[in-house]
Design a protein around this ligand. Sequence first.
Ligand code: GLC
Ligand code: CA
Length: 583
Amino acid sequence: MSLGRSLFRVTLLSAAAMLFAPAPASAQAMLQPPPKAMPANPTVDQNDWWKRSVIYEVYPRSFADSNNDGIGDIQGITRHLDYIQSLGADAIWMTPMFPSPQADFGYDVADYDNVDPQFGTVADVDQLVAQGKTRGVKLLLDFVVNHTSDQHPWFQQSKSSRTNPYRDFYVWHDPKPDGSPPNNWASIFGGSAWTLDPVTKQYYYHFFYPQQPDLNWRNPKVEKAMFDAAEWWLKRGVYGYRLDAVDTMFERTDLKDNKVYPGVDAFGVPNQDHVNNSKQPEVHTELQRLRQMVIDKYPGRILVGETWTSDAQELVQYYGPRNNELQLPMFLNLISLPGLTAPDLRQRITGVETNSVGGWPSFALSNHDSRRVASRYPVPAGASTDDWAKITGALLLTLRGTPVLYYGEELGMVNNDPQRIEDVQDVIGKKGWPKEKGRDGERTPMQWDASANAGFNAGAKPWLPVAPDYKTRNVAAESADPHSVLNFYRTLIALRRTHPAMAGDWKAVDTDDRQVLAYQRSGGGKTVLVLLNLDAKPADVPIEKTQTMEVLQPLAVNRALLISGRVHLDPLGVYVAEITPIP
Ligand code: GLC
Ligand code: CA
């Protein structure tokens, strides 16, 4: 097989072919020590700082509780900035901390220009920005664009009468003649997407809970009010936004019914395709206006998108035709895969890599709405949840682009799902039990140390129970263990910052292999080879020497070993190595 211009040849053989190969003495032997201190990000002060950065998602409710009331808060995050810096994260995306009745734990905003007292104050955000600045850690907020809380003053006005000036801030329609909702659109959080207001006798529309009425972005006053809110925080030193649920911002004005499919969702509602109330073309016009009229006025500010797309073709629309929309539409498609296989990943990553506008990739493997990656897939015999955490971490951190890392993934935190409906906090879990258990399991308190409540607070009952593995799976214990998931992450993040190849191109190698995902990163005259055995079987990768043959300098390794001309990978084995030319 020819690898074109590459300096070496790699042929991946199936496990069966290598049955009689001698087993490696110790697959851990070549693990590199973690860095003592995280090297500085070389682009920290540039306007494209985000291209070499790692974005760390913090769910404030669950990260650290500074005043011991059971709920994490902004001061808790500020107290742990040293940790975030030591991890090598360059920016925090903090999920909503605005005043909110918390029907959807903050994704129901009652005031965009303020902070919910349970999370702190505006001064606390200012302090987080200032303290972050001294550590090279920027702050991104979560901008909930599709809807507000039903307690937002705009909605309170809007529902007060049909003639109120705020009426058109939301989407109101008359009932059908029989009194039923205007059409068949279902909320993805259960039931109809329409709720009747008994006073004004019209239905209002909500893609999510009834407590989250959709804003009417066709009203220029909504745009103005929302753009002002976005700018308000930029002026305070916030570096941009993760935009929530962007594909739901617009819906068809003719209210065409969605096509219904056989079967029902977790809430008992017939399945439907949502084509008429999501992913409308107006979304892109509006996001481009937000970029141009607000974000681009402030140097270095960015928009990250919660962009659930079915493939890279759909993703490309969110970059905008001239890269004038979102800098970082997250490619979330890898999260929805039923399993992680080399062919699926290769195809999807290649799709993002070759996107037609040359948009900068941004991958995420988990977030506050998805199962923790270490507990998402079956663990092969002989491997562990740590191994899943490491191989997925290696994937996320060695791809080109900007990874978005959910808090606790760097420890290999696992889901701690509620066992009884009485214990569920997330309303979709209460409504959909047991088919839909909600998102509590992936939102449990960050595990700092082995003390009570994992160091989340000083002993008050946390809003969600700490996962039982916290005594060993925590920042303190893993910092001290050179083989921990945390130190593996640190090694890879340091590599991203220092190795010129990690700032360069991405190219798949051995594109037919069904077991091992192999790729090269190349830049600055250097090349790094990444081998990920995603299978439950071992694999051997012969490194065939040629005239210009290379030496493999291992940079990060787990369950893999270089043995005379081949790399042996155990199930979920990872091998990241520099390939250096022989003079
Ligand atoms: C996004 C958020 C999710 C929230 C929903 C409604 O998907 O990530 O947590 O429930 O939007 O705002
Ligand atoms: Ca608190």
